[in-house]
Ligand binder design. Sequence first.
Ligand code: HEM
Length: 280
Amino acid sequence: MSDQANKPAEWHGAKMEFKESMSYGDYLGLDQILSAQHPLSPNHNEMLFIIQHQTSELWVKLMLHELQAVRGQLRAGELDPAFKMLARVARIMDQLVHAWDVLATMTPSEYTAIRPYLGASSGFQSHQYRALEFILGNKNPQLLAVHEKNPPAHAILERELHTPSVYDESVMLLARSGFAIAPGRLERDWTLPTEADESVKAAWLVVYQEPDKHWGLYELAEKLVDLETAFRFWRFRHVTTVERIIGFKTGTGGTAGVSYLRKMLDVVLFPELFALRTAL
Ligand code: HEM
């Protein structure tokens, strides 16, 4: 054996031996993450399809983590950390908007080869995505049924359904800041989707008319508008990518497909924040 073979491996001073200590892969659980891709078809392109969905789910997990903290910060009146987190969520959403460019490299022929292997599975059944919609105020109790076979996911959604959304917390903050918000808006049934309220619109209008006086609320409103704008782009890129790939075929999840996704483009998460712009 040469002397070289007996020497411990060395590379620019980097630690090379991890029998006793935690490595990068240990810390990140990479064995689990990287062994979770199981293509069902013989088609090369299914790996793209799987990884695109899995990475999106990871980013949605982070958005939920941030938004749950934002809700707590708003309740505690700690706006600065909430702004930081809201900015992060909007940037994550922007990144997911651009991620569609990668999936758009999948042609209809390639998807058609995979589709029979997908069964009835669809992003429509993403419990994290549903929780994201709920925490932003787009509540829909009917959609919990999809998650009955997964009790932990069902429980998360059930809890999220009954908890005031990030926007509800923003409206409560308006009230605590001295704005006259209709009592019915402050004690509403939290399981219902956000509905425009005149008293909320009037309050935001004042904030926008006198931003210097209400800077914190003004900044909060703009951060929310940033987030909703990025979310709208995401929905738009989804539907256009889907049309490009499957045309007007029905979805694997059972909806009419593109026409269903187009209807979702009409969802407005923070209605008064957009309505006030016409009134200003
Ligand atoms: C070839 C790629 C894709 C196609 C053809 C596609 C198609 C569809 C269709 C047709 C629907 C409506 C429900 C149904 O009937 O299935 C849907 C919903 C959904 N998809 Fe996709 N999708 C694709 C990629 C993705 C990716 C990469 C994500 C990211 C996680 C995603 C997330 C969702 C979500 C969250 C919904 C529910 C939307 C809602 O209910 O508002 N999709 N998709």
